[in-house]
Design a protein around this ligand. Structure first.
Ligand code: 2AM
Ligand code: CA
Length: 268
């Protein structure tokens, strides 16, 4: 794995960005001003982090296309087949409140297919990587999705809806069913880390609606390379502006998808 140049550059960028985020936590603690200023400070950190990642990537690969949550797409007029899809902080609200559960999420695509991904939680020093055909790793140890088949023994991740409020009733129907038919639900505040946790088998599946491609691109690849399944609510892999996602080990993915599609209130 470590002799893959794309991964090496991604890891270098993620670690540099992670160090910056850890240093920023102390400054965040010292801000004793209005809430608005705290939020402004966080958005500046989001932007600075994206710049750090972009600098490392474009220094190594000036011709590559770069898509980040904060600044959007920068093509440098390039027709490169490579694109980097980056979320500089996934779990921003956790970060803002001093909860250590946040990460940097980086996917590298070639002709729109992900070939490498990096998710880095700098606080817990957890580095997740995957490379097409070579599997997924957490701190250099191979990871795989769980083998649980019985929903009743499973932990399922999700995020509470924060927009598209018209879908809340459908979301609550799924939630109710899973509260009654699993060993528990988890709401961690970072979609990317939930996907990494599905890839390493410590949770068995997850569903979310209304995410963006930078929240999910890296985690999808980690899950697929770890033997899991990813899809939208229709069961296919077409994702556009809004990503409604179902992921899990093969058994649990199928069960979650069937639960979503057989419920009375549909997400539309
Ligand atoms: P973010 O931290 O990059 O914003 C939390 O449920 C998940 O949803 C996180 O991955 C978070 O990504 C994403 N999300 C996007 N917009 C959000 C918002 N306005 N409030 C809370 N979470 C949001
Ligand atoms: Ca995000």
């Amino acid at each position: 794995m470590n002799n893959e140049p794309l991964l090496n550059i991604g890891i270098k960028a993620a670690r540099k960005a992670g160090n910056f985020l850890i240093r920023s936590i102390d400054k965040l603690k010292n801000i004793k001003v209005l809430e608005k200023s705290t939020n402004d400070f966080v958005s500046i950190i989001d932007q600075e982090t994206e710049k750090i990642i972009k600098d490392v990537v474009l220094n190594a690969y000036p011709e590559h296309v770069f898509l980040g949550e904060e600044f959007g797409i920068s093509t440098n007029n390039s027709k490169s087949e490579f694109k980097w899809i980056v979320d500089p902080i996934d779990g921003t609200t956790n970060f803002l409140h001093g909860i250590s559960h946040f990460c940097i999420s980086i996917a590298v695509t070639k002709n729109d297919k992900t070939v490498a991904s990096i998710i880095y939680n700098p606080y817990d020093n957890l580095l997740f990587t995957s490379y097409s055909g070579k599997g997924s790793y957490c701190n250099d140890r191979r990871i795989r999705v769980s083998t649980r088949q019985n929903l009743m023994n499973c932990l399922i991740g999700t995020g509470l809806p924060f927009r598209e409020n018209d879908k809340i009733d459908a979301y609550l129907e799924t939630t109710k069913f899973l509260m009654l038919n699993t060993s528990g639900l988890r709401r961690s505040g970072s979609a990317a880390l939930d996907l990494a946790d599905v890839a390493r088998g410590i949770i068995d599946g997850a569903w979310y609606y209304g995410l963006k491609i930078w929240d999910v691109a890296a985690g999808f690849h980690l899950i697929q390379e770890a033997g899991g399944i990813i899809s939208n609510f229709e069961g296919d892999n077409n994702f556009d502006q809004e990503c409604n996602i179902v992921v899990g080990n093969p058994y649990i993915h199928a069960k979650l998808l069937s639960c979503i599609n057989s419920q009375k209130i549909q997400y539309q």
